[in-house]
Ligand binder design. Structure first.
Ligand SMILES: *Cc1c(COP(=O)(O)O)cnc(C)c1O
Length: 422
């Protein structure tokens, strides 16, 4: 393991030796009211803006100004096929084949579209299993699907809970649930990296377990995409959805991503909601044809997409392609390990990291539980120029993002935290 050291000299040294250090300059770093760059630790909520994003969007505005409707075919990056410019790089980020990936809609909308196809309840098999601390939107979405099909969430929603006194979900418990109710569960839908604890689940293990009991298996990768090395194809999962405004730095409310495993790519019998963008590209504009389903994830698109948002995603994905998830996660593990080391060295009895200490079971986020704290602590941190994220009742989430956070950031973060806590 790493020989982390205390003191600011070590942080400085690490930044000097960091092969990815220069990427920080390719982002806009927000400043506090004194004009000093903040310590931005909330890339898990809204990633920072790459400096290149403006140019990518300007290009489309210019083409729109100069070309009007002919931009669909004659823009520098023709709008008609714009989503295809994103597919290959997005597929690399999530470990999928291009046919399995599409950028479209937003996360929760995509989750519903996926459930139209992969949640097909019968009177005997109708339940949906999610992790107990699931992100609220995911929970609301699956509950509304249960109701939509005439089931009561009180009975139909199965929660995979952490044991009493523990924070993390345990795989043995998942097995126990599936052993007992597997034949009643239609869908297993898990937040791939839990937004609250930062626990990164074993996709393959969960998928194999779910499939063993005949369930469909899907993942919400909102906190996984661009943060951890995902192998969606190899995991065998049936579907996955994610957003691009967190670790993928594509701007507030930007479009989401969607994965449908290759084994479903040509299954036109799979029920789904359709629109003209799910129709064969060759004949889409004849407008009179019988519906002709596009194969692969593209076949779940509905509308012609917002190009300005896609331009921002393209700007970000070009940077991810340049760096690659391999190098990115290598730095990420070291940087977050350093963060963990400094926190542990504080020896402060009132704080506890609830994120797994195993590097394979987490991304860059550490969730720190502070005994008897309330939101006042979060205000104090913000006043000190430290942008973190507060979750009730007592957890601060901090995510040192390897593309733009430095070792110095982490050092100062822990220093400030110590000042405020003592
Ligand atoms: C951020 C996040 C969402 C947000 O959903 P939107 O539809 O993009 O607003 C949903 N689920 C999870 C797990 C998230 O982390």
């Amino acid at each position: 393991m790493s020989n982390y050291q205390l003191g600011s000299e070590y942080a400085k040294q690490q930044d000097q030796n960091d092969a990815l250090a220069s990427y920080r300059n390719r982002f806009h770093i927000p400043k506090d009211k004194h004009g000093k760059e903040v310590i931005y630790m909330t890339g898990n909520s809204l990633g920072l803006q790459p400096r290149a994003t403006k140019d990518y969007i300007s290009q489309e505005l210019e083409d729109w100004a100069n070309l009007g409707v002919t931009g669909h075919t004659h823009a520098k990056h023709p709008w008609l096929h714009y989503h295809e410019f994103l597919t290959e790089n997005m597929a690399k980020v999530v470990g999928a084949k291009p046919i399995e990936v599409v950028v479209m809609n937003t996360l929760t909308a995509n989750l519903h579209l996926m459930m139209v196809s992969f949640y097909k309840p019968t009177p005997k098999r109708y339940k949906i299993l999610i992790e107990a601390d699931a992100f609220p939107s995911d929970k609301y979405a699956v509950e509304s699907q249960l109701r939509h099909h005439g089931f009561d969430p009180k009975d139909g929603l199965v929660l995979w809970k952490a044991r009493k006194g523990e924070e993390l979900a345990n795989y043995d418990d998942l097995e126990t649930i599936l052993e007992a109710q597997g034949n009643e569960i239609a869908l297993v839908m898990i937040g791939g990296v839990n937004y609250y604890t930062g626990q990164f689940f074993d996709f393959k293990r969960i998928t194999q377990l779910g499939h063993k009991y005949g369930c469909m298996v899907g993942f919400d990768c909102a906190h996984g995409a661009g943060n951890v090395k995902l192998d969606l194809h190899d995991s065998g999962a049936d579907f996955a959805v994610w957003c691009t405004y967190k670790y993928l730095n594509s701007g507030p409310g930007s479009l989401g991503g969607c994965f449908v495993h290759e084994r479903h790519a040509h299954n036109i019998d799979l029920n789904r909601f359709a629109g003209w963008w799910s129709h064969n590209k060759e004949t889409r504009f004849k407008m009179r044809d019988e519906f002709d389903q596009l194969p692969g994830a593209e076949g779940w698109q509905l509308s012609n997409p917002p190009i300005l948002s896609m331009a921002a995603i393209r700007a970000s994905l070009d940077m991810f392609a340049e760096v690659g998830m391999e190098k990115l996660t290598k730095k990420s593990k070291h940087l977050t390990g350093y963060f963990e080391f400094l926190i542990n060295e504080l020896n402060n009895k009132s704080i506890k990291i609830i994120t797994p200490s195993n590097l394979e079971e987490r991304g860059c986020q550490l969730s720190i539980q502070v005994k008897n704290a309330d939101k006042k602590l979060h205000h104090q941190l913000t006043e000190a120029g430290l942008i973190s994220d507060w979750r009730e009742p007592d957890v601060i989430r901090c995510a040192p993002v390897p593309l733009y956070n430095s070792y110095q950031d982490v050092y100062e973060l822990v220093e400030k935290l110590e000042e405020i806590l003592t």
